[in-house]
Design a protein around this ligand. Structure first.
Ligand code: SF4
Length: 151
């Protein structure tokens, strides 16, 4: 079966900065079409759980303690890309608004809950290599695409 990358926090892995998950039951509908490969780019890049939250700020990723976590985020993104390429992956479902996994909207680096246009670090790298990234709010869009291609 085709494989897909999924943000691990969406299926109940407690890997978020606060030590919790963000389960989204809509993701389960995808198991009919895909084997899941779970990623958490922040943990995969070497950060602990729990951890201080980070936000993208220009070309860097800075946490709420003003520590530069850019290298951790880049490493996690590269690992996600490697997994995608090794498994011929075309699609990813990644958690919205995250500085790693977000797509189209992320927090602005001021830790004031202000959203701006932009992608997470992993999302940017995957997109640059032709992998389509959907948020958990776009699962229906991916299902439509898969079902249409099967007709
Ligand atoms: S890096 Fe991605 S998978 Fe990991 S906790 Fe954050 S949003 Fe979830």
């Amino acid at each position: 079966m085709e494989k897909i990358l999924i943000s691990a926090c969406l299926v109940g892995i407690n890997c978020r900065y606060d030590g919790k998950s963000k389960v989204n039951n809509d993701v389960e509908a995808l198991r009919k079409y895909f084997d899941f490969i779970l990623i958490c780019p922040e943990v995969d890049g070497g950060l602990p759980t729990p951890r201080a939250p980070s936000e993208r700020k220009g070309t860097k990723v800075i946490n709420s303690l003003k520590e530069d976590n850019t290298l951790f985020f880049s490493k996690g993104a590269r690992r996600a890309l490697q997994l995608a390429q090794d498994n011929n992956i075309r699609f990813a479902i990644l958690k919205s608004k995250s500085p790693s996994c977000g797509s189209k909207l992320i927090y602005d680096g001021t830790f004031s809950r202000t959203l701006v246009s932009g992608n997470g670090v992993t999302t940017d790298l995957l997109l640059a290599h032709g992998i389509e990234v959907f948020s958990e709010d776009q699962i229906e869009d991916l299902l439509c695409k898969i079902q249409l291609s099967e007709k």
